[in-house]
Design a protein around this ligand. Structure first.
Ligand SMILES: Cc1cc2nc3c(=O)[nH]c(=O)nc-3n(C[C@H](O)[C@H](O)[C@H](O)COP(=O)(O)OP(=O)(O)OC[C@H]3O[C@@H](n4cnc5c(N)ncnc54)[C@H](O)[C@@H]3O)c2cc1C
Length: 225
């Protein structure tokens, strides 16, 4: 079997880019763990460089099997750059707690954090409409009543997909790791867990009387991080 040396070198190079070097023991290579984080979070921070200036924009997103989906205005500068094939980096982070050590230096956070490198692809036609449905199902789960986009609204929307080809996942889940010399200090150390919960739904001020909160909304707390 002939070897594609160039492809192997590309693979090695790309693997190197997403190898966690700083605290590598926190790297998780399990794709199911990546999916679990992406399916729990609501916001991705997406980076693009224009000239020498990097910009990072927070965007609502959804995972669609092996892609991250984001959508935005066709007038958006960042979306125009990404749709034109600018290299990008997307991060998704959930903070799970504050780690309080006996020194400020060793204090840190519990977190799950993903980084995806690659190039977004603009979706069109049936692919775009399907992606919008995936995004709506993720961000408005169970709320089929909302009106789908009109032709004009579709034209004003750019839908982008980033392949989950080159990614890293870093998970920090430990306890304080103090220097031995600090262990005797008479100060509290531990972890303060941070949980993300939904509040009581607030009806729109102009909601017609008699429309109850749908069961899908009252079920939301179970499905989100
Ligand atoms: C909520 C939160 C708070 C943090 N606060 C701090 C802080 O205050 N100070 C600090 O130094 N670090 C902090 N970190 C860790 C930080 O994100 C970096 O991992 C760290 O700074 C090392 O960066 P580096 O470029 O040297 O990583 P390297 O290990 O050299 O990065 C190499 C590759 O590892 C992967 N990688 C690195 N970091 C992450 C990550 N967080 N998630 C997924 N993949 C990653 C990427 O693919 C990257 O290309 C925090 C992380 C999170 C999630």
């Amino acid at each position: 079997m002939s070897r594609d040396i160039a492809a192997e070198e590309r693979w090695r190079g790309s693997r190197g880019r997403t190898d966690v070097r700083r605290l590598p023991e926190k790297q998780v290579r399990d794709r199911a763990a990546l999916d679990a984080l992406l399916d729990a979070a609501l916001v991705a921070h997406v980076a693009v460089t224009e000239g020498t200036q990097p910009y990072v924009v927070p965007l609502a997103f959804a995972r669609d099997r092996d892609h991250l989906l984001v959508h935005g205005s066709t007038a958006s500068r960042v979306f125009r750059s990404l749709a034109a094939g600018a290299p990008s980096c997307a991060t998704v982070t959930v903070v799970d707690g504050i780690v309080v050590a006996r020194s400020q230096f060793e204090s840190s956070m519990r977190y799950r954090s993903a980084m995806v490198l690659g190039t977004f692809v603009a979706l069109h036609g049936a692919d775009k409409e399907r992606a919008l449905q995936v995004l709506a199902a993720r961000l408005l789960p169970g709320l089929e009543g909302a009106r789908p986009p009109s032709e004009k609204e579709l034209r004003a929307t750019t839908m982008l997909a980033l392949p989950l080809d080159e990614w890293s996942l870093k998970v920090s889940a430990g306890d304080p790791e103090d220097d031995r010399a600090d262990l005797g200090r008479p100060v509290w150390a531990g972890v303060v867990p941070l949980q993300h919960t939904w509040g009581e739904p607030e009806p729109a001020p102009d909601l017609a009387p008699g429309i109850e909160v749908p069961p899908a909304v009252t079920r939301w707390p179970g499905g989100r991080a």
